[in-house]
Design a protein around this ligand. Structure first.
Ligand code: 5AD
Ligand code: SF4
Length: 475
């Protein structure tokens, strides 16, 4: 009989990909997806450790799930396997089993190819399973070839594909090098094979994922360490040539690893969408140095200029941290200046949060919480205004939108513009999964609305007009 699996995913897109692969590994054991924990035979929390109180939030969620597990045992529905995966599991390790002894499995991001053995051990009642090794073997070598269906996002047209994992940069605020381990690139041949399978299953848009995706340096032929290495620009060009792949994206990038070939790909590969998440964190050279970011604010500005020279309609997104230890008011003003000069279509900003075990957490001159909050509010006001300006500037243009979800209202479909905006449209169900030119007639803070009218009638070859002169977004 089918058993039910409920996976709850927190954090970044790589966790979304990992959750899909876990579901795939467990499918041969008879597990099918369940929407809620209440009717699941196995519940996995795939956790994120990047910011604030991550572990505490997991423990409080576990408190609730413990009661679900107990109710299930009492009602005679059979045992429930309760597991924690991902970066909190990696960071907490045995401590997690001590604080939550009712857990059946705790395992890190590099071990989920071993899930079938772990489940077998947990089901035997031989005690809880802990697996937070960084195995010497590559988990990708041991995972089944992806069936694409599980990996594909809603609608089956857009999928994530992990090409690189881990990080060796050691930014002083960041836990990733400790939770995901050393930097590792999958061989290009393996990535291309997975992309071909995705395309054959109907995927039209692929997002290449890595913690530091543009440091990608995969072996060309699949032989580990042998042969020439490919960088990301070359990989993008090769994936773009696969029949059926119409759109490509990559995330997340590290500015100092943006090489000439990758910049050229933004000019030469039409499938590469004109939207780039390029986190800068701070606009102050002093803070960037203390963060160990390996570039200054002007290097970043020059990089943005080169990217925009290659692809004039490129829309940018970023991450910012305010209140890094030692950040002065002048440092913060430099961040505001940089954001004003670049002009972002969208951005994330966070208060610095000391992460246990990272160098910055031990620095003495921590910024008071109230100052962080004030700076965050000021930066977010600016970034929100830029986002609204960018969305407003799209009104009146025609954008190709990959429709891949249903909207809240009947008859409504939702998709993504080239610039990652959600676009709502009243459209027939038959257009689900298609890339459709939409006339943009409304802009909201977080989405656009469009119509088919006049677009389909005018034919499919309408030129796509990009609305925003980036200069309009700058102060
Ligand atoms: N405090 C605040 N923000 C952080 N990030 C990473 N670590 C921290 C931290 N300790 C942010 C960075 C990164 C994004 C994924 O999360 O901006 O780019
Ligand atoms: Fe963290 Fe820096 Fe690596 Fe990004 S590049 S994952 S911020 S250490």
């Amino acid at each position: 009989m089918a058993k039910k699996l409920h996976i709850r995913t927190y954090g970044c897109q790589m966790n979304v990909y990992d959750s899909a692969r876990m579901a795939e590994v467990l499918a041969p054991l008879g597990y099918v997806p369940a929407d809620t924990a209440e009717d699941a035979d196995m519940v996995i929390l795939n956790t994120c450790h990047i910011r604030e109180k991550a572990a505490e939030k997991v423990y409080s969620e576990l408190g609730r799930l413990r009661r679900v597990k107990e109710r299930r045992a009492q009602s005679g529905d059979g045992p429930m396997i309760l597991a924690v995966a991902g970066c909190v599991a990696q960071a907490e390790g045995a401590e997690m089993l001590r604080r939550a002894p009712f857990l059946d499995m705790v395992f890190g991001p590099q071990t989920y190819h071993r899930l079938p053995e772990m489940v077998a051990r947990a089901s035997r009642g031989a005690g809880a399973v802990l697996d937070t090794d960084f195995p010497a073997e590559d988990k990708f070598d041991h995972l089944p070839a992806t069936g694409a269906a599980a990996t594909a996002e809603a609608g089956g047209r857009s999928a994530f594909l992990t090409v690189q994992e881990g990080c060796d940069k050691f930014c002083t605020f960041c836990v990733v090098p400790y939770t995901r381990g050393a930097e590792f690139s999958r061989p290009a041949a393996a990535v291309l094979a997975e992309a071909r399978r995705l395309a054959a299953a109907g995927v039209r848009e692929v997002t290449l994922l890595g913690q530091n995706v543009n440091c990608y340096h995969g072996a060309a032929d699949g032989a580990r360490g042998g042969g020439a290495e490919w960088r990301l620009g070359r990989l993008i060009a090769a994936v773009a040539e696969i029949d059926g792949i119409r759109r490509l994206r990559y995330t997340t990038s590290y500015p100092a690893d943006m090489d000439d070939d990758l910049i050229a790909a933004h000019r030469d590969v039409p499938e590469l969408m004109p939207f780039l998440h390029l986190p800068v964190q701070s606009g102050s050279d002093r803070v960037l140095a203390a963060m160990n970011r390996r570039h200054g604010a002007d290097d970043y500005r020059r990089l943005v200029d080169r990217l925009r020279a290659a692809r004039p309609d490129l829309a940018l997104s970023s991450d910012f941290i305010v209140g890094f230890p030692g950040e002065t008011d002048a440092d913060f003003r430099a961040t505001l200046d940089l954001a004003r000069q670049v002009g972002y279509a969208q951005a994330y900003s966070f208060k610095y949060s000391p992460r246990p075990g990272t160098p910055a957490a031990a620095l003495e001159d921590q910024v008071p919480e109230a100052v962080k909050a004030e700076r965050l509010a000021e930066l977010q006001d600016l970034l929100n205004a830029q986002q609204v300006a960018f969305n407003d500037a799209c009104v009146g243009s025609v954008l190709p939108v990959l429709l891949d979800r249903h909207g809240r209202h009947g008859g409504q479909l939702v998709g993504r513009s080239p610039f990652m905006q959600a676009v709502h449209v009243d459209a027939p169900e038959g257009l689900m999964g298609e890339i459709v030119d939409l006339r943009i007639d409304g802009a909201h803070a977080n989405s656009l609305s469009g119509t088919l009218s006049g677009v389909l009638a005018a034919g499919a070859d309408l030129p796509v007009s990009f609305p925003a002169d980036p200069a309009r977004l700058r102060a």
